[in-house]
Ligand binder design. Sequence first.
Ligand SMILES: [Fe+2]
Length: 268
Amino acid sequence: MKILITADIHYTLKQYDWLMQIGPGFDLVILAGDLLDAFSTVDPRVQIAVVEKYLARLAAKTRLMVCSGNHDLDARDEHGERVAQWIAKGVRASGIPADGDAVSVDGILFSICPWWDGPLTKDRIGAQLARDAKAEKKRWIWVYHAPPIGSRISHEMREFGDAELARWIDEYQPDLVFCGHVHNAPFRPDGSWIDTRGRTFVFNAGRQIGEVPTHVMLDVEESSALWFSLMGPQTAALDKPLTFPVPNLTAAPAWLTAMDQAGGQNPA
Ligand SMILES: [Fe+2]
């Protein structure tokens, strides 16, 4: 299974255009939150309408999963906690797995978690993970916007990691967790786009300007992950201990070259 993961597109339409072009070449595309931009001059309702169209177009061509980030909150629930209702209701109703869902693909269970802005939503995530922990699975992957606290992927000017996520990772030890949120963490000298917490690999592709979002490509069977950004591509093996700094990619792995040939375009 070949997965394309990005986050923090923040209503950058050219980056959505890139996703429409590249995403269909993958078995699965994951958007790990902050699809909208709360500071944009574009009305949030307009942003939602436009992004929903992009998501529907992409979901018609490949499997797509989406979780909410802190920029995606458009409503309050019955308890007054801020939630991304357009994702939890609208996106899910259109058939795209999103906040609160568990999806099994080829024996891999994906748990997709919402951004939590209050104790009740946080407790719902705890219940969701406790539920999914009991499900049968070969591997377990989480999609969760904020990275875990105390990680190379969670720090820029200060620590922005989520202590609850760190606790849940320690408790359940999933295989992979796809995050976002801390835009510059991968670009810092002591930062990274990939790290481990116990046996769990955690990812944050970061954010950059331009037409191509920072992104991770991952081949599950090959245990191979690649990161693409303006800093140049880097590569990590998921069946070996990580080394830092993460090595630059010097030659495309066979699985990427094969995709290239099949798709007729360079996905990077
Ligand atoms: Fe963000």
